[in-house]
Design a protein around this ligand. Structure first.
Ligand code: AMP
Ligand code: ZN
Length: 471
């Protein structure tokens, strides 16, 4: 079965064909580490993890690179905002380096809690300043840059396909200056963007490096071009991120990368849609957002959130509220209980070779291979949970297989401990049986409550009452 993915560049679902059979190069725009990641950001990283897992399940080796933006990402889309890290450092009275370290660690903790596979390379912008300078020098040599007002700009009029990813209508943009975005008098074209800053209206900043154009710091877009090319080469397969990156960040990455190399840069562009809360798009700069830690404080497991995100297609907006998360928690708990039940009855992993089990396996794979259709894949998972035509071993093995792509931790579910009920608990159970036989319902209820306090749930089955350990 072929893997098919929606390519933002062509606006269509295409068969995925890698540049080389050996491995797939995949780059994700990483977090800007001036605050905690919110669960919207995490939705985008979860979509990228799903993509990687589906590539692997489809037989590809993946070389995954993700950056950490620890300098150069300014507030607002224009080039005249303040560096987000510097602003957070000022507000929190810490150094920009401390802010970056702290929030990088917090991000990686969330990453691991959500059972995302760590990228092969996680690279910090501040560790790759020389590569960025080298790339700007290449652009300068080819005549794509100019210096003005202390900054080095990329001139979009030196290329003929600027804006092809976002399908920007440049003529219209020239005449309609966006509200709230100040026009930069140093730019020859309002869509030109900064490659290297030496001057900011916010004064000297902490993170600055020497360069041929003076002490300063890189623009956010050049960071991703330089780091991805360092680790994946001048042409690679997949670049992904959130949908908001299309009109500016990815558009500018493409412009400068292709201008520097003279070649097509990336073959497949994939973008995840937004997570919405009750007020609209969840946003880091707006504040008041939800974090994974907060969900945990409210009694949710990170896997409940992961399951919740899988219920929507990555290219559709997903509305978050706690009722929806509770439904996801309920559904996931039922799957976990089902797997525990299978293990209790001795289920083990086997190779699936034919029959009905193979049909379920293929149905699941074909859903995810069709542009990561997880809602459809989950319906196959539930069909397996409810099936009566599979053996326990087949059911269990299918759940493990689905888990390689869903990343829900099914492989870590252990066989539930057998209830070694204490003598006292067994004595109370037989007393309760006697009370029931004598139709003394209030005594029976009282004994049930007493057993619950001791950690046992009484189950009244047609064959008699039994004890189960409280979950
Ligand atoms: P940042 O840390 O702000 O650079 O963002 C990290 C990633 O989260 C980027 O790929 C953004 O496109 C993405 N993102 C930002 N807001 C949301 C949202 N509400 N829902 C989904 N993804 C988002
Ligand atoms: Zn990027």
């Amino acid at each position: 079965m072929a893997l098919r993915l929606y390519n933002t560049m062509s606006r269509s679902i295409e068969e995925f064909i890698p540049i080389t059979a050996k491995e797939v190069g995949m780059y994700s725009c990483g977090p800007t580490v001036y605050n905690y990641a919110h669960i919207g950001n995490l939705r985008t990283f979860l979509f990228e993890d799903l993509l990687k897992r589906v590539l692997i399940a489809s037989g590809f080796e993946v070389n995954h690179v993700m950056n950490i933006t620890d300098v150069g990402h300014l507030s607002g889309d224009g080039d005249d905002g303040e560096d987000k890290l510097e602003r957070a450092a000022r507000e929190k009275k810490k150094s920009a380096w401390e802010i970056a370290d702290y929030y990088t660690e917090a991000f990686l903790k969330d990453f691991d809690d959500l059972k995302m596979i760590r990228p092969d390379t996680i690279c910090k912008a501040t560790d790759h300043i020389q590569e960025m300078i080298d790339l700007i020098l290449r652009l300068e040599e080819k005549g794509h840059t100019y210096q003005s007002g202390g900054n080095v700009y990329f001139s979009i009029d030196t290329i003929d396909d600027y804006g092809k990813l976002a399908r920007l209508d440049l003529d219209q943009l020239q005449t309609a200056v966006r509200e709230g975005v100040e026009e930069d008098e140093h730019k020859r074209n309002p869509k030109d963007f900064v490659l290297w800053f030496t001057r900011s209206k916010f004064g000297e900043q902490e993170m600055m490096w020497p360069s041929p154009w003076g002490r300063g710091f890189p623009g956010w877009h050049i960071e991703c071009s330089a780091m991805s090319m360092t680790y994946l080469g001048e042409q690679f397969d997949i670049h992904c991120g959130g949908i908001d990156a299309i009109p500016v960040h990815h558009t500018n990455e493409i412009a400068q990368s292709e201008a520097a190399t003279g070649k097509k840069w990336v073959n497949y562009w994939l973008h995840g849609e937004f997570l919405l809360d009750e007020t609209g798009r969840m946003s880091k700069s707006r504040g008041g957002f939800l974090t994974l830690s907060l969900l945990k404080e409210k009694g949710f497991d990170p896997m409940d959130y992961r399951y919740f995100t899988l219920g929507g297609h990555y290219r559709s907006q997903l509305r978050f509220n706690f009722d929806n998360l509770a439904s996801a928690q309920n559904a996931r708990t039922n799957i976990v209980k089902h797997i525990q039940g299978l293990l209790k009855e001795g289920a083990k992993a086997i190779e699936l070779t034919g029959g009905k089990a193979l049909e379920y396996k293929e149905a699941f794979l074909s859903a995810v291979q069709h542009d990561l259709n997880t809602p459809k894949a989950l319906s196959t998972l539930w069909a397996v949970v409810k099936s009566s035509d599979l053996t326990n071993d087949e059911q269990y093995s299918l759940m493990l297989y689905f888990n390689t792509m869903l990343g829900l931790g099914f492989d870590e579910i252990a066989k539930p401990k057998d209830v070694a009920a204490s003598d006292e608990a067994l004595r109370l159970l037989s007393e309760r049986n006697a009370a029931k036989a004598a139709k003394d319902w209030s005594r029976a209820d009282h004994l049930r409550a007493e057993l619950l306090e001791m950690g046992y749930v009484v189950k009244d089955l047609p064959s008699g009452s039994v004890l189960e350990e409280k979950m």
